[in-house]
Write a protein that binds this ligand. Sequence first.
Ligand code: CP
Length: 337
Amino acid sequence: MNFRAQHLLSVRELSSDSIEEIFAVAEKMRPYANRQKVTRVLEGAVLGNMFFEPSTRTRVSFGCAFNLLGGEVRETTGLSNSALAKGESLYDTAQVLSGYSDVIVMRHPQSHSVEEFSLGSRIPVINGGDGPNEHPTQALLDLFTIKNELARLGQSIDQLSLTLLGDLKHGRTVHSLCHLLSLYSGLKIQLVAPEALSLPSSYVDLLVNAGHQVEIGSNLEKGLSQANIIYQTRIQEERFASAEEANQYKGYFRLNKQIYSDHCLPNAVIMHPLPRDSRNNANELDNDLNKEPGLAIFRQTDNGVLVRMALFACILGVENQLSKHERNVNWHVGLRK
Ligand code: CP
């Protein structure tokens, strides 16, 4: 995929080469994301950040990424606050918003809604998550994190032994990640879920057909034992018919320091797309892991800014102009590692 002036609606559009291109540009974003330098390469550009479903990190990190490149952000949150609630179509909404912005990020609760929206857009549209279907930029930042964490351990992607854990049926981040992993072969992948929430067979087939060694089970301890990367997901209660149905699975898998010490490989990396459900009845990733060096969840969220900056730069064609618009920061940068 050549990103210039293109939509990013699905991970299916991505090739290994295009992913490597994005990751190389993401690495160039570190000085700006770490506030060592400022670049104003997108000065004058406007991002339309349209989130019709709840979000913290995707919405804010897309906004931050655009701001860090010097652009302005205009956003709307919640279906009820938009004219969609008055019956306006996605097509009309897209026609209108694309007159106001240079690129649009959209999240919406229905599968394929972002694709439908893109048909009315005159500017590039990035899928920020469409219902249970896909979350392509999360998959990109997850793969970027997997590669970086393995490198930190002195390993490469060929040595990946990944355990996907939790609600694999509804988790769109897992579905999108499976597509990216299908671009590789010969990896070890353990799928650990309650039977009713297991990974849909189409994704299992995708992994098997790519030549990965796939194990399926529902035993937490066994599923953790071989993994150098553990990717936990939340029970996606918003995708169930009722809260009662979702509640059956809350707390089914609880990963804490004791289980990590007793059953995981030394230095195993823990990832999670977040939010983690920290309520008592779920507590899926215990706070007693917060100081564990293997807990990568906040390195993962930081990486989201790098990857999203890279996507904006490539889509808007400024990836080679960053340093031309660069200066030192004016303010004191404190408490940042
Ligand atoms: N990972 C993720 O999509 O988080 P938000 O729902 O907070 O955007």
